[in-house]
Design a binder for this molecule. Structure first.
Ligand code: ADP
Ligand code: MG
Length: 238
């Protein structure tokens, strides 16, 4: 599960059309990167999928069901932001448990899921610490852990690594890719970083001013950029 279909989704803020009607299909299990310059509408599009922004027009379907009017909590998606949004007064364990507690999941199941998530994210030794006692990378792993335990049908990442220093970013990229391989769950990953897009994606969606310039694999975009913008943006020779 985890296919997402956008049907002529449009977003206006007041009179300003930030996303002209666009279509996009994301297949179950795909790692899709939305890439484009700052302000091109990546976050807005992601938030529309998550249900955090109303559509001006159009429809969103997840696994074949229209969710356009469905609340964010009921869409079965987990979002990871660039700001970690952890609860500073709670331990790592409690932070990860939070969405399960809200959902009324029993303690034994919570503990099993926390242990599994902590193991895949190398957080086992940090479960009793508070966010203030963690590095930036570890905090971001906790945020991902909290997303994992909800067992979403898709993960939505909005520039999750942009607060980390360059060396740490490389490692975290690999960790997220490994997680994708392990969980086999759809991931949509927003970034303005071309390298991130080219190294992580199964499918890249290149956006400019709310318009999809091209959709394709990293190799397709590299060898057959559709226009100068795509060529220039991903740095291919055209
Ligand atoms: P990106 O994530 O690619 O940097 P955004 O989706 O954040 O871009 O923003 C796209 C455009 O929409 C920008 O011009 C931004 O100023 C505008 N925008 C985003 N959110 C709002 C809002 N709540 N109200 C008005 N304009 C907004
Ligand atoms: Mg953004």
């Amino acid at each position: 599960m985890g296919s997402i279909v956008l049907d002529k989704v449009q977003k206006k803020f007041g009179e300003t059309e930030v996303i002209p009607p666009l279509d996009l299909e994301i297949n179950d299990g795909e790692f899709v990167v939305f890439v484009g310059p700052s302000g091109c509408g990546k976050s807005t599009l992601l938030r529309m999928i998550a249900g955090l922004e109303d559509l001006t027009s159009g429809a969103v379907a997840i696994d074949g069901a229209d969710v356009t009017e469905t609340s964010p909590a009921k869409r079965g998606l987990s979002m990871v932001f660039q700001s970690y949004a952890l609860y500073p007064h709670m331990t790592v364990r409690k932070n990860i448990a939070f969405p399960m507690r809200m959902a009324g999941i029993d303690q034994a199941t919570q503990d099993a899921k926390i242990d599994a998530a902590a193991k895949s994210l190398n957080l086992t030794d940090y479960l009793d610490r508070k966010p203030g006692q963690l590095s930036g990378g570890q905090r971001q792993r906790v945020a991902i852990g909290r997303a994992i335990v909800r067992e979403p049908s898709a993960f939505l990442f909005d520039e999750p690594l942009s607060n980390l220093d360059a060396a740490l970013r490389v490692g975290m990229r690999l960790e997220i890719m490994e997680l994708h391989k392990k969980l086999n769950t759809t991931m949509i990953y927003v970034t303005h970083d071309q390298v991130e897009a080219m190294t992580m994606a199964d499918k890249i969606v290149v956006l400019q001013a709310g318009v999809i310039e091209q959709v394709g694999s990293p190799l397709e975009l590299y060898h057959r950029p559709r226009n100068k913008f795509v060529a220039g943006f991903i740095g291919s020779p055209k």
